[in-house]
Design a protein around this ligand. Structure first.
Ligand SMILES: Nc1ncnc2c1ncn2[C@@H]1O[C@H](COP(=O)(O)OP(=O)(O)O)[C@@H](O)[C@H]1O
Ligand SMILES: [Mg+2]
Length: 263
């Protein structure tokens, strides 16, 4: 049994079948990169894994526990609890413009703390102490992504690369076991991609697994234990980076990689 098991995921929008039976596994500490042409279903897959969409069929297991089964119904509380296993970093950062970098990172932690302490009928002093702790956690995370000197800045005062690093710190705040990235550098100027890719590379850790949708082939090759090549809603080919990049076996993989080199 693997730590993270994605089994037989199907998803349609209207009559269009977008995901047609996706199966893969991931261990804690491992990185899988998903590559493939635009429209092949990569974002839809990540959204199903994070319960931003609901797969029509299939199951998702973490640590031996079934956290999603398309045949079951989940209430809001269950969904929120299940979402906590995951963090997602979007292509377009999705930061709150009205909040500082620090507040962007701290926000979800604070909401969680307030809910927990309200249930426990905690005192104001206890709440204050817990929120101060959150601020320290958020500050440390921003340090970790190299933004210790920008915690008070607002998104509009930061470069795209810096915004994306805030978004990464935010995704880490609730300690997800599976951290997902959807083309984290696609919206960035080329000179800013390096700083974000370096941060992502440093996040490789025994504490979590990572699923990275990317068009950065060299990066994917360097950072990943496994590469998934998606085409038309299926995993066309999956394997070690050396195998996929040096000896792809499927015609579609070969053609995709060839186009990449020639771009
Ligand atoms: N909410 C939606 N409603 C209808 N069609 C969608 C929706 N989201 C994605 N699609 C379609 O699903 C297909 C796969 O999209 P997507 O998962 O974004 O692919 P990728 O990320 O690989 O480019 C596309 O044809 C897209 O138009
Ligand atoms: Mg996409």
């Amino acid at each position: 049994m693997s730590f993270f098991e994605v089994k037989n995921i199907y998803k349609s929008f209207g009559n269009a079948q977008i995901l047609k039976g996706i199966n893969f596994t991931l261990e804690k500490g491992e990185v899988v990169s998903i590559i493939g042409s635009s429209g092949s279903g990569k974002t839809t897959l990540l959204r199903c894994l994070n319960f931003l969409e609901f797969a029509d069929m299939g199951t998702i297991n973490i640590g031996g526990e079934e956290i999603y089964n398309a045949q079951k119904n989940y209430n809001d509380a269950e969904l929120r609890a299940n979402r906590l296993h995951f963090g997602l970093v979007f292509q377009s950062f999705n930061l709150f413009p009205q909040y500082s970098a620090l507040k962007n990172v701290q926000l979800a932690l604070d909401l969680q703390t307030k809910e927990r302490l309200q249930k426990q009928k905690a005192s104001k002093a206890e709440l204050k102490e817990a929120l101060a702790k959150n601020m320290q956690i958020a500050t440390d995370l921003l340090e970790k992504v190299g933004l210790g000197n920008k915690i008070k800045n607002y998104p509009c005062e930061l470069s795209g690369g810096q915004c994306q690093r805030v978004a990464i710190a935010r995704a880490l705040a609730l300690k997800p076991e599976i951290l997902c990235f959807d083309e984290p550098t696609s919206a960035l100027d080329p000179e800013l991609t390096g700083e974000v890719l370096r941060v992502i590379k440093d996040l490789r850790s025994a504490e979590r697994g990572m699923v990275i949708v990317t068009h950065e082939m060299e990066f994917a090759r360097e950072v990943s234990d496994k590469i998934i090549f998606m085409a038309d809603g299926v995993i066309e080919e999956m394997g070690a980076p050396e195998q996929i990049f040096e000896n792809p076996t499927r015609a579609k993989t070969k053609s995709f990689l060839k186009n990449y080199v020639h771009r």
